[in-house]
Design a protein around this ligand. Sequence first.
Ligand SMILES: CC(C)(COP(=O)(O)OP(=O)(O)OC[C@H]1O[C@@H](n2cnc3c(N)ncnc32)[C@H](O)[C@@H]1OP(=O)(O)O)[C@@H](O)C(=O)NCCC(=O)NCCS
Length: 166
Amino acid sequence: MIVCSLDRSIHDRKAFDCGEPALNAFLQTQAAKHQRQGFSRTFVLVDDGAASRILAFYSLTNCEIGRSSITEDDAKGLPLHPVPCVMMARLAVNRANQGESLGKWMLMDAIKRTALISQQTGVHAILVDAKDAKAKQFYERFGFKEVAENPMRLYLPLATALNAFQ
Ligand SMILES: CC(C)(COP(=O)(O)OP(=O)(O)OC[C@H]1O[C@@H](n2cnc3c(N)ncnc32)[C@H](O)[C@@H]1OP(=O)(O)O)[C@@H](O)C(=O)NCCC(=O)NCCS
């Protein structure tokens, strides 16, 4: 299996179904457009033997976070102004492949990619927007914590992620 950048001339976006219509619709109608417009980049997991079939995807974009949004411990040493972060805006696994650790695999891939990005520009943390309580529990398993002003937005300092998963 490999993770690569979404290419609508190769990847079959229509066949993807994670059980969440909004996430399917994003992949099918918006992801490639957002990529062209420089809003986000989408990465797909495909089987080597069937490269057009999307098993899972995630999208990355940029955001920032301020000291008042995170715990006192995490805010220690941070400047007064907001600091740059990477946002994993979406994560979804094809319904037939859920429960096969692909969600975890994609989260790890996003963290590794964020670590590479942080060698070129500042990245303090990774943020995610959980679409419901179940998705929130999934992220919390990996150490993500609530942002103060939005209980469905979660963050994980990049240094913590790298310590935990390396
Ligand atoms: C949520 C989702 C991404 C998880 O992917 P997955 O491939 O099914 O999950 P994995 O097999 O990688 O699970 C990894 C671990 O998380 C646990 N887990 C999976 N889904 C979970 C959930 N909703 N809540 C809590 N834990 C969860 C698994 O039990 C597993 O634990 P283990 O490592 O101890 O065995 C996937 O189910 C999905 O695409 N759902 C629909 C879209 C969605 O909700 N996206 C979330 C982003 S908003």
